[in-house]
Design a protein. Structure first.
Length: 376
């Protein structure tokens, strides 16, 4: 019998099916492959969650370094904004001398640092902190922009999240621009510090960016769990957030005006509940510029913020106990650090810790607000 026939075969009493030609098998396989749809881009929400939390961690470091920069009077040590070439510090003694000469034209040097006897070694110390602060800003920009492009090209971003991620990128860019406007406000020969208004814009933009990163990461975590509906900002979060915003704003003004030194006693300010305040320039000027008044408002508005946060945490607790604990822990630590900062006449590391925990409080608030926004 021919081996190429298509009929059934037998061998040793066993029957076999018809042999099929190799080419016909390949044709059938090719047709079946064409019938299988090609897999398209797949969203990867958990990868984005990890990325956003990592960037949020960098923002926390940035806020702490910013506090050191402010408290060491380092912010005006770099008098130019060079987004690319400024990433490198001076590399020769001549370069250091040139930078020092630029700093010597500022009012801060002429009225404070110079008379105090600042030399090149002391200048290098303050220059480092401002340079490191700006370098971290560049690192955060790259840590956000590069992965964003990669996730975008790979189709890993879930539907509806591209505009939000672009908004966060824009906030980061604004943060850098506001930082330069802040520095420029203090470069006049008549100024010894940056504008406390620009400082508040710079700091609050960092806090808002941090809150946005946490909120978006939590939304994406829900997407990974199959819940694609984003959380919304509910009334409780709005009014508590407004109270917290006022406290952060006044705190930034206190920092910018060095108003923490207005009193080193607590709960009284220099033996008084309400400090002596000059109203000679009008109420508006006093509310916005007087260090004693702003110190007083900051230390007592804190308790309004505490009550608001307690109310919020109690509403969060039945839903997410961890978020409630985070809110309580953050504001409790913040109050203790604030009192300690005052009573130590603004000790550097206590003041930095106070600013850092303030940022952690913003993150905890965003977590609690997100929890309420998923339920109501």
């Amino acid at each position: 019998m021919s081996l190429t026939s298509r009929g059934p075969r037998s061998f040793g009493g066993l029957r076999f099916g018809p042999l099929r030609h190799k080419s016909s098998v390949m044709v059938a396989d090719a047709k079946s492959l064409k019938a299988i749809p090609h897999a398209g881009p797949v969203a990867r929400p958990l990868a984005l969650v990890n990325w956003l939390f990592a960037v949020a961690g960098l923002v926390l470091v940035m806020i702490a370094v910013g506090g050191i920069t402010r408290l060491t009077e380092s912010g005006l040590s770099i008098t130019e904004w060079k987004p690319v070439t400024g990433a490198l510090p001076p590399l020769s003694e001549a370069d250091w001398r040139a930078e020092f000469e630029l700093y010597q034209t500022t009012g801060e040097y002429q009225l404070e640092s110079g008379p105090a006897g600042m030399d090149l070694a002391a200048f290098k110390f303050i220059y480092f902190w401002e340079w490191f602060h700006r370098l971290l800003g560049r690192v955060i920009g790259l840590a956000f922009a590069v992965p964003l492009v990669w996730f975008w090209v790979k189709g890993a971003i879930p539907k509806g999240y591209k505009p939000r991620l672009l908004a966060l990128l824009a906030l980061g860019g604004l943060q850098g621009a506001f930082g330069w406007f802040m520095v420029r406000s203090g470069l006049s020969s008549q100024m010894t510090d940056v504008s406390h208004f620009w400082l508040s814009v710079h700091l609050l933009t960092a806090f808002i960016t941090l809150g946005g990163l946490v909120w978006t990461a939590l939304d994406l975590r829900q997407v990974a769990r199959g819940n694609e509906k984003p959380a919304r900002l509910v009334s409780t979060a709005l009014w508590v957030g407004a109270i917290l915003f006022v406290q952060m704003l006044v705190g930034a003004w206190v920092a910018g005006l060095n108003a923490g030194h207005a009193s080193n006693t607590w709960p009284l300010m220099n033996g008084r509940v309400v400090p002596e305040v000059s109203w000679a320039n009008g109420a508006l000027y006093t509310f916005l510029h007087d260090p004693f008044w702003l110190h007083f408002v900051h230390r007592w508005w804190a308790w309004v913020a505490v009550v608001a946060l307690v109310v919020m945490a109690r509403r969060v607790r039945p839903i997410a106990r961890g978020a409630s604990i985070a809110i309580h822990s953050a504001f409790g630590t913040q109050i203790i650090l604030g009192i300690a900062t005052v009573m130590t006449s603004v000790a550097l590391w206590l003041a930095v810790a106070h600013q850092l925990v303030g940022a952690l409080l913003v993150a905890a608030f965003a977590w609690g607000a997100h929890v309420l926004g998923r339920q109501e």
